[in-house]
Design a protein around this ligand. Structure first.
Ligand code: AMP
Ligand code: GLY
Length: 423
C-alpha cells in the first residue's frame, strides 16, 4: 500500500525508518519530512497543520494509509477529515484527542473512572485560582488547559511562583486560548517514566517503556525542553509495574473513552510518576513521544505497519509484537540556544561517519539539505540512537557516534541514561 507519514521530527523519521522495510509498504511519503527522512521516503512540501492541504495531497497521491505523528493535526481533526475522504488514518479523531488537548478533560475523566493521578482543581477565572493556591499552599503545579507546545506546565515551589504562573497563563495569555482555563495540581515526587500502548478502540496492546530527559542540561538542570534524550526500557517499569500501569491506567482510560462516546484509536502515551511502587498518571498524550519513539522503533522486531493498520481496522487482538532484547538509547543534538532563541542554517558534517558505526541510527529531527550540505533547521536537530546489551553499552555507542558528528553550533547532554546506570 501507499503510506503517508505526517510530521517532520525525529519521531517521524523513526516511524518512516521502521515502516519503509515493511513488505506491505509499496510507496512511502512524508509531509513535510526532513533531510534524513528523504533517504527512506519521498518528502512532500506540505505543512502538517494545514488539514485541507494534507487531505488533498493524500487524495492526489492515492494514499491508502496515513500515520499522523504530532498532536496538533490530531487535535484539529486530521483523522476525522481523512476518514471522511475515505482514507484510513492512524491516530485518534478530534474528540478522542481531547485526552491530550484538554488537561481538564483528562483530569475529570481520571477522577470519574478512578484512574490514579495527582489531586487537582480546574479554574477559568484567575481570582478563584489564586484563592485555591492560597488555601492549598505550595508546592503546586499550574497547567494551561490546552496545547502549549510542551511549555504550559509550570512547577511552583512558592505561592508567589504559583500566582505568577496564573498571571502568565490567564491574564497575560502567554499561550493564547490554551490558557483560558487552568488545572492546578498537587506536586508529585517520584521517578518519571513513559509507557506506550497501541489501541484499536477496544483492545490495548502494551508496547514498552522509556525514560525521557526533559531538562536542557546535564544533571536535569536548565529549562524544560521537548526531550533531550531517551532510552528504552526504563528499569523503573518492571514487568509487575507494567501490569499495574495497564490495569490501573491504560485499560480503564480506554474503557472510559468508549463509555464517553469517543472510543480511542492510535497510540496512547502515559506519562507517569512512580513512587512507593505505585504509578500515577501525569498526562496522557495521543501520539508517540519524541524522542521516545526513536529508541522504541529501534527495539521493535515485528512489522510496525501491520500493528498500526490493525489499530485502524480493529484487529489488534490478533497482533503479537516481538522486541529485540536490547537497550536502545537516543542522544538528542540541539542547536545552541534551544529551547530559547537559536539560529537555523549551520552546517552539520560527519553524519555518514556516525552512522557507519554498528548498531547506530542517526534520526533527523530538524534538518534541511542545502547546496549539497545538511544544515540545522530547528531546535532539536538529530537523535543519535544506538543499541547495546546494557544501558551502559548503548550509551557508549551512542556517544561514540555523537563524537563523529562535526557541528560546532550544536549541544547535547552527556548524561543520558544516568538514572538507569545509577541503579
Ligand atoms: P505534563 O505535560 O503534564 O506531563 O507535564 C510536564 C512535566 O511536568 C512532566 O513531565 C513532569 O516532569 C512535570 N509534572 C507535571 N505534573 C506534575 C505533578 N503533578 N507533580 C510533579 N511534576 C509534574
Ligand atoms: N518527549 C516528551 C513528549 O513527546 O511529549
Amino acid at each position: 500500500m501507499k503510506v503517508l507519514v505526517v510530521g517532520s521530527g525525529g519521531r517521524e523519521h523513526a516511524l518512516c525508518w521502521a515502516i519503509s522495510p515493511s513488505p506491505r509498504c509499496a510507496e512511502l511519503y512524508c509531509a513535510p519530512g526532513n533531510a534524513g527522512i528523504a533517504e527512506v521516503a519521498e518528502c512532500l512540501d506540505q505543512d502538517a497543520e494545514d488539514l485541507d492541504g494534507v487531505v488533498n495531497l493524500a487524495l492526489d497521491k492515492g494514499i491508502d494509509f496515513v500515520v499522523v505523528g504530532p498532536e496538533g493535526p490530531l487535535a484539529a481533526g486530521l483523522v476525522d477529515r481523512l476518514e471522511k475522504a475515505g482514507i484510513k488514518a492512524f491516530g485518534p479523531n478530534a474528540k478522542a484527542a481531547r485526552l491530550e488537548g484538554s488537561k481538564g478533560f483528562m483530569k475529570d475523566l481520571c477522577a470519574q473512572y478512578g484512574i490514579p493521578t495527582a489531586e487537582f482543581a480546574r479554574f477559568d477565572e484567575p481570582d478563584a485560582a489564586k484563592e485555591y493556591i492560597h488555601a492549598k499552599g505550595p508546592p503546586l503545579v499550574v497547567k494551561a488547559d490546552g496545547l502549549a507546545a510542551g511549555k504550559g506546565v509550570i512547577l511552583c515551589r512558592t505561592k508567589n511562583e504559583a500566582f505568577a504562573a496564573i498571571d502568565h497563563i490567564m491574564t497575560e495569555q502567554a499561550f493564547g486560548s490554551a490558557g483560558a482555563e487552568v488545572v492546578i495540581e498537587e506536586f508529585l515526587d517520584g521517578e518519571e517514566a513513559s509507557f506506550f500502548a497501541l489501541v484499536d478502540g477496544v483492545t490495548a496492546l502494551p508496547l514498552v517503556s522509556a525514560q525521557d530527559h526533559k531538562a536542557a542540561y546535564d544533571g536535569d538542570t536548565g529549562p524544560n525542553t521537548g526531550g533531550m534524550g531517551a532510552y528504552s526500557p526504563a528499569p523503573v517499569v518492571s514487568e509487575a509495574m507494567a501490569g499495574k500501569i495497564m490495569d490501573q491506567a491504560v485499560k480503564p482510560v480506554i474503557a472510559a473513552m468508549a463509555a464517553e462516546g469517543c472510543p480511542y484509536k492510535g497510540v496512547l502515551y502515559a506519562g507517569l510518576m512512580i513512587a512507593d511502587d505505585q504509578p500515577k498518571v501525569l498526562e496522557f498524550n495521543v501520539r508517540f513521544g519524541d524522542p521516545e519513539c526513536q529508541p522504541l522503533m529501534m527495539r521493535l522486531k515485528s512489522d510496525v505497519l501491520d500493528a498500526l493498520v490493525a489499530c485502524v481496522d480493529g484487529t489488534l487482538e490478533q497482533v503479537v509484537l516481538e522486541w529485540h532484547d536490547v537497550v536502545t538509547l537516543t542522544v538528542v543534538m540541539a542547536t545552541k540556544g534551544y529551547p530559547g532563541w537559536y539560529e537555523n542554517g549551520s552546517k552539520i558534517r560527519g553524519l555518514d561517519e556516525a552512522r557507519a558505526l554498528d548498531d547506530v541510527a542517526v534520526f533527523h529531527a530538524g534538518t534541511r539539505a542545502e547546496n549539497g550540505h545538511i544544515v540545522a533547521h530547528g531546535g532539536r536537530v538529530l537523535g543519535v540512537t544506538a543499541r547495546g546489551a546494557t544501558v551502559t553499552k548503548a550509551r557508549e555507542r551512542a556517544y561514540q557516534a555523537v563524537e563523529r558528528i562535526d557541528w560546532p553550533e550544536g549541544f547535547w547532554r552527556r548524561d543520558i541514561g544516568w538514572r538507569a546506570i545509577d541503579r
